[in-house]
Design a protein around this ligand. Structure first.
Ligand SMILES: Nc1ncnc2c1ncn2[C@@H]1O[C@H](COP(=O)(O)OP(=O)(O)OP(=O)(O)O)[C@@H](O)[C@H]1O
Length: 329
């Protein structure tokens, strides 16, 4: 009892001081003393561990997406399929690469966060999840060479420390093709690159590329009186392939990622309607612990701007400004 408590205290102090050796000793001591927790169990309770063989809880992910992600039946379906397939495969031939496309504020970052949390419980705060934002991390065109070297070293270092590392690239359409070139070798079907295998890593690319085309198709459905939920992947694929995949101005095309088949799944995000914005407002109220006031919900949703001019169906910014708007009500 007491000795174990001292051991635990020591372990906690060592972890706080970030001294790996004393953490190890203290935890080994604590686990020997307590006798019922394994070293790994205890260690991983204090320090984050990369659990490579950890299975994905597919039903939990499904539930979370269905509950929290509004109006994105296609994204939900494809993400579930991609992740369960990949995580169930003991021997993937290449890392998983997902490319998320859609209008602003439709949930691309939001989904990436959910996916990250389901793979490493600390989500974006995990040491094994890395988020890059083009304009933030790679702002200067003159520095591309430096960024390339740093990024490659960073990816290599992190994947050798944790094979199931997750890398998210936001604003992919603003990413210099040179940077995409730098990550390309990691996405390919190599057994190893410089002694490191990248086959268990996951790369997620976010972009607005194709958002206008996805919106057009959704609008065509709406105008034809068809249900949004009836839109299928095959309705979007041909249009996206012309607009994004064969668009010579798009960074994705320039980099040859597409014609080399390095992207496993293209995931479309549909523009959000008035009713989805309302759902976002309610979700935000719930998250803040306040009671749902339908008058406020309506007022916040009505403050948003909708397009196209004639029908005003889709929110310009998706659910993006909902949180800050709610502060004013
Ligand atoms: N489909 C959705 N379901 C539930 N919440 C959403 C959805 N879309 C957006 N939100 C809410 O709005 C916020 C902003 O969305 P998010 O950052 O995911 O947009 P995005 O698609 O990445 O936009 P951008 O292309 O501008 O980066 C999210 O944090 C989330 O709270």
């Amino acid at each position: 009892g007491r000795a174990a408590a001292v051991g635990l205290l020591l372990a906690a102090r060592a972890v706080a001081g970030l001294e790996p050796i004393s953490v190890g000793i203290a935890i080994a001591a604590a686990s020997a003393l307590t006798g019922y927790l394994s070293y790994t169990d205890l260690f991983c309770r204090f320090a984050e561990c990369c659990l490579e063989e950890q299975r994905l809880n597919a039903s939990a992910l499904k539930l979370e997406l269905e509950e929290k992600l509004f109006g994105q039946h296609l994204a939900t379906e494809v993400i579930l399929k991609a992740l369960t397939g990949f995580k169930n495969n003991k021997n993937p031939k290449k890392p998983l690469t997902l490319s998320l496309h859609g209008w602003a504020g439709t949930g691309k970052n939001f989904v990436s966060q959910i996916v990250a949390e389901n793979l490493h419980s600390k989500g974006l705060k995990s040491n094994f999840v890395h988020l890059f934002v083009s304009t933030l991390h790679f702002p200067h065109e003159q520095q591309i060479k430096l960024y390339q070297d740093q990024l490659q070293a960073w990816i290599r270092g992190n994947v050798s420390a944790c094979a199931s590392s997750v890398f998210i690239f936001d604003e992919m359409d603003k990413l210099h093709p040179g940077i995409i070139d730098a990550i390309k070798p990691f996405l390919d079907y190599y057994e190893q690159v410089d002694g490191v295998s990248f086959r268990k890593a996951i790369f997620i690319f976010l972009s607005n590329a194709g958002g206008d085309l996805i919106t057009k198709i959704a609008l065509d459905f709406w105008r034809a009186g068809r249900k949004r939920e009836d839109i299928q992947l095959k309705d979007l694929e041909p249009v996206l392939s012309v607009g994004v995949f064969n668009n010579k101005h798009s960074g994705l095309w320039h980099s040859g990622l597409i014609d080399r088949n390095l992207i496993d799944y293209f995931i479309p995000f549909l523009p959000l309607e008035y009713r989805h914005v309302k759902m976002c407002v309610r979700a935000e109220m719930r998250a803040r612990g306040s009671a749902i006031d339908e008058d406020v919900v309506t007022r916040v949703a009505e403050e948003m701007t909708f397009f196209p001019k004639s029908e005003k169906i889709y929110s310009d910014k998706g659910c993006k400004t909902v949180q800050s708007r709610l502060d004013f009500h």
